[in-house]
Design a protein around this ligand. Structure first.
Ligand code: EPZ
Length: 438
């Protein structure tokens, strides 16, 4: 019989023992989530936009910038490069008048894998750039061959040695035609950042079409860039002489929105999400409907009402946008662990994005993985346990599963989760969860 200690007793025990760790969530499951939440700004838009401020003279004010450790890391990189950066509430202001460096130290690069998105901007603005090779991460090897091939085509000289990239631009980057073998989000962003101030026109074929690409191009065009076709497979960037900083509002985070929807779904909840873009959830909404949830939305809000018992989502195949987002795979899988029937996942984007499966099984889920395929057979219920977040979205999945589980679930490794979710326990407690960070 599973011994379930009352939440309060465990909390007092933890406090008395003084074994308060710094990055664990204690989740008391089976509370129905009801109420409303405002979704924070998109991490994967704020990061490239902050990098883009380097290209601009003067001051940029980036509003709706989420409070995340990855954003903090980007701010540290901008400050290290010499920019004056100030955060006031949800606004990060960047002044590049004192920009003076072109190298990014190893520890800052390692803090955030996606710091590779600074390469195009630094090299374009400063004429050279030196940064360490961003290591692989929890999702498997994270190659940057597409980034480097495209930047070399634009005239950047890139020497790779001892884990470092030493880049220089002899004269000025030159526009050219680039065909990406895969619609890489990061590579598309780096090319756009390098092409905005290049000489001549750059055409990117098979470009990534994610909403975050459109947000980046919207910011750059507001600064004086000439970028056409963002959101389509072919983007044209006409290089200009100069960009001037301006104001920008980061789009809402579609992955955070999806994550909160799965949390409401697994707890039989009724949740109103404010500040969402339903268009960005076009592949996600039908899956919640297939699972038996009732969804209603207008142009900025979405309400999800969950059934007492969810139905399985038969097939979830991750694809480049506008396909089902790989970042939503783990939270969606957590939802299907307690849905009636069999759900089949195919992870087509990353080589190793099932590290959360073992931890979900510790909570009582029934999941089998064969290569890129994961087969989830819904179980009547999950049981609280101690689990460890393997990566950002895997951590979110464990939190969602903990909300559904009977009893107490302890999720450690929160440093991963804090990269992409703003004070997640505050958001969840706001809608009826019982979650505490110890
Ligand atoms: C961005 O990563 C996001 N990160 C990821 O979100 C997201 O999962 C991914 O796009 C796909 O949508 C940010 O925007 C900061 P890719 P990125 O380049 O740019 C291969 C999260 O949880 N590839 O589109 O690194 C690569 O190995 C994070 O918020 C190459 O082979 O993704 C992967 O298999 C995780 N060579 C696939 O392409 C390259 O040069 C997609 O990568 C580049 C990528």
């Amino acid at each position: 019989m599973h011994q379930v200690f009352p939440f309060r007793i465990v909390w007092q025990y933890q406090k008395r023992k003084g074994c308060i760790a710094v990055s664990k969530l204690m989740i008391e499951g089976s509370h129905c989530l009801e109420g409303e939440l405002t979704v924070h700004g998109a991490k994967n838009s704020a990061l490239p936009v902050l990098s883009a401020t380097l290209l601009c003279d003067g001051e940029s004010h980036i509003h709706n910038c989420p409070r995340l450790s990855d954003v903090d890391a980007s701010v540290e990189i901008l400050r290290y490069l010499g920019c004056r950066v100030v955060r006031e509430g949800d606004t990060v202001s960047v002044n590049t008048d004192t920009l003076c460096r072109c190298d990014i130290p190893d520890q800052l690069m390692r803090e955030m894998r996606s710091s590779i998105v600074f390469l195009g901007a630094v090299a374009s603005r400063m004429g050279k750039a030196k940064l360490s090779f961003p290591g692989g991460c929890e999702l498997g090897p994270r190659p940057i061959d597409l980034h480097l091939k495209a930047l070399r085509q634009m005239g950047m000289v890139i020497n790779e040695f001892h884990g470092y990239l030493d880049c220089s631009v002899p004269a000025r980057l030159k526009g050219t035609s680039i065909a990406l073998s895969f619609p890489s989000v990061g590579a598309t962003e780096n090319i756009i950042l390098a092409a905005a101030l290049a000489e001549g026109t750059t055409v990117v074929n098979n470009a990534a079409r994610e909403p975050e690409i459109c947000d980046l191009c919207g910011f750059l065009n507001a600064c004086g860039a000439r970028i056409f076709g963002a959101g389509e497979g072919r983007i044209v960037i006409e290089g200009v002489e100069k960009l001037t900083g301006t104001e920008h509002h980061v789009i809402p985070d579609r992955i955070a929105a999806t994550t909160f929807m799965t949390a409401a779904a697994v707890t039989g909840g009724d949740l109103l999400l404010r500040r969402v873009v339903p268009d960005h959830l076009s592949q996600v909404i039908p899956m919640f409907q297939e699972a038996g949830c009732r969804l209603r939305w207008d142009d900025a809000n979405l309400r999800i009402q969950a059934p007492q018992r969810l139905r399985a989502v038969k097939s979830v195949r991750t694809m480049p946008y506008p396909g089902f987002p790989t970042d939503a795979q783990a939270p969606m899988m957590a939802m299907t662990t307690v849905s009636d029937g069999i759900s089949i996942f195919v992870e087509n984007i990353f080589e190793s994005r099932y590290k959360h499966v073992g931890e979900l099984c510790r909570l009582g889920a029934n999941i089998k993985v064969e290569g890129r395929v994961a087969i989830v057979e819904g179980v009547p219920r999950l049981f609280g346990a101690s689990v460890e977040a393997p990566d950002l979205r895997g951590g979110a999945a464990l939190i969602v599963a903990g909300l559904a589980a009977d009893g107490l679930t302890e999720v450690s490794g929160l440093r991963h989760v804090d990269r992409g979710y703003e004070a997640i326990e505050k958001s969840l407690n706001q809608i009826g969860a019982k979650v505490s960070r110890i």
